[in-house]
Design a protein around this ligand. Structure first.
Ligand code: HEM
Length: 512
């Protein structure tokens, strides 16, 4: 009897301890962070236990009517809750996702201080590794400290300008294949000379082709299959459910979690199969080879294995590189299509030669403006790994910071009264004269974690230029045949994520 009593007392104490720990983690800890922010005058919507402000975000999103006083204000369409809270609580406010406490920053001067911060104490958010672990693992995008530094040292040099110059042929070849497919599509349409081209699908495929070749070199066709699985995994992870946002949900064997685990395993074995097929003395000098050599050099620390290092970084390069590039190319084409004057300027420039090289100044202005109005990453996100101070704000350890790139890029105080208009001319004399605060132009992120593929991505300007040039040839060719000229770009499906057939637009004979 006495033993039973002891057993029940211990069990009760155990459960009670567990309950206190869970309550501390889920409510008291975030509440302590909120209190520290509140004391500095930072306000925000009241969170609920377990889910934070997620239900309110969903509610505002479902009822918000996209206000369209200006054509490019996508922040109020995509994130109406942030816009409402900014109006109500000021330029910097706090909110919660589950038990994660965030500070949302749109004040340009606080953003400037964050962008100038080089301390690794401003790291990547732990919750990303937890919630999106199947997709991102502990790769370069999500890791911190020595592991991140080592991954950056391994990967970034392969994307430096001198290496990227060597990839221009690959990009041009890919662009040529792409335009050829548009050409045959128009030819195949019969007499009209008109073809609807689903530019979003084609550009995603195109972008994944380039990343596959950069990453996997000769094994790139296998890379394309991995890309498809990654797209499926991305989709499975973003499928909303009633419980979305509840901490710990990822451990439950729900239908969607089982699908996520299956895809994660499949991708892992596909990548490792490519690695295995490589002989030890491979003469491939692609990015995969750099990652393999990095993984085997023994400096990766105890938190990961060399297999995981390879798998996570291959996935990270895909995710970092393909969608960002495809989306910005797509917006570029769309904005040019809707601004014939600028399309004319870019096309005219394609045939000009400046000092023995193809001119690209107009295109460069357009690219900068496209990345200003439609930055593929809407936020720069970090976690304060130690207590930090930006401007007047003391950011407690554990608070996540989201700097709103969309808001900064369209702030009239920084860009002038036409901040929400497409006007590449503003970049005619460079960024310094286009903006009152150049540090607020951050399409590639900030500080030590700035995009490692920036040169790679900007080099694709030449690729976009090639597309434009080829499009003109198409137009000319059709003209000669006295046909109705029209290359239509279908733009009403920008939200659709998955191409049904990845080979659309990219049929490379050498690959088959
Ligand atoms: C228009 C195209 C692109 C845009 C707008 C873009 C933007 C970004 C942004 C905003 C970040 C996060 C930076 C931060 O947190 O401060 C990032 C990180 C990164 N990007 Fe890009 N990116 C592009 C293309 C690429 C490409 C083509 C590659 C690779 C081939 C690439 C590789 C990376 C990597 C490896 C990181 C992680 C850097 C780190 O944490 O050390 N990106 N990119």
């Amino acid at each position: 009897m006495e033993l039973l009593l002891i057993f029940f007392s211990l069990a009760f104490l155990g459960f009670f301890g567990l309950f206190i720990h869970a309550y501390d983690l889920l409510w008291l800890k975030p509440e302590r962070l909120r209190a520290k922010l509140r004391r500095q005058g930072i306000r925000g919507p009241k969170p609920s236990f377990l889910v934070g402000n997620i239900p309110e975000m969903k509610k505002i999103k479902s009822t918000a009517v996209a206000k369209s006083p200006n054509e490019h204000d996508c922040a109020s369409t995509i994130f109406p809750f942030f816009e409402q809270w900014r109006e109500k609580y000021g330029r910097n406010f706090m909110f919660s996702l589950g038990n994660v406490q965030l500070l949302y920053v749109t004040d340009p001067y606080v953003a400037k201080e964050i962008s100038l911060c080089t301390s690794l104490d401003l790291g990547k958010q732990a919750y990303q590794q937890k919630e999106r672990g199947a997709l991102l693992g502990q790769g370069i995008l999500t890791s911190n400290g020595p592991l991140w530094a080592y991954q950056r040292k391994t990967i970034a040099p392969h994307l430096f300008m001198d290496k990227v110059k060597g990839m221009v042929n690959l990009m041009s070849e890919a662009a040529r294949i792409l335009v050829k497919s548009w050409d045959s599509k128009i030819e195949g349409m019969g007499g009209g000379g008109i073809a609807d081209i689903r530019a979003d699908e084609v550009l995603r495929t195109f972008s994944s082709y380039i990343i596959s070749k950069t990453l996997f070199g000769g094994s790139y066709t296998k890379g394309t299959n991995i890309f498809l699985k990654l797209r499926a995994l991305q989709k499975a992870l973003s499928t909303p459910s009633l419980l979305t946002g509840v901490p710990g949900l990822r451990y439950l064997p729900t239908k969607s979690n089982r699908e996520i685990w299956r895809l994660e395993k499949e991708i892992q074995s596909m990548i490792l199969k490519i690695v295995k097929e490589r002989s030890k003395d491979s003469c491939e000098k692609d990015l995969l080879q750099m990652i393999i050599e990095g993984a085997n050099s023994g400096d990766i620390g105890a938190d990961t294995s060399s297999e995981q290092f390879i798998v996570d970084n291959c996935k990270n390069i895909y995710l970092a590189g393909y969608e960002t590039t495809a989306i910005s190319a797509l917006w570029g084409l769309m904005l040019l299509a809707s601004h014939p004057e600028w399309q004319g300027r870019v096309r005219a420039e394609v045939f000009e030669v400046c000092g023995g090289k193809v001119c690209a100044w107009q295109l460069s202005m357009v690219t900068q403006e496209v990345l200003r109005l439609y930055p593929p990453a809407a936020f720069v996100s970090r976690e304060a790994l130690q207590e930090m101070k930006f401007g007047d704000i003391h950011i407690p350890k554990g608070v996540n910071v989201w700097v709103s790139v969309l808001t900064l890029h369209q702030d009239p105080e920084i860009w002038g009264p036409d901040a929400d208009k497409f006007n590449p001319e503003r970049f005619a004399a460079g960024l310094l004269s286009a903006s009152k605060l150049p540090q607020a132009y951050i399409p590639f992120g900030v500080g030590p974690r700035i995009c490692a593929g920036q040169n790679f991505a900007l080099r694709q300007r030449s690729l976009q230029l090639r597309i434009e040039e080829q499009a003109r040839k198409l137009e000319k060719m059709l003209n000669q045949k006295q046909k109705n000229i029209n290359t239509q770009i279908e733009t009403n499906n920008l939200d659709i994520l998955l191409p049904d057939d990845p080979s659309i637009g990219l049929k490379d004979k050498s690959a088959s």
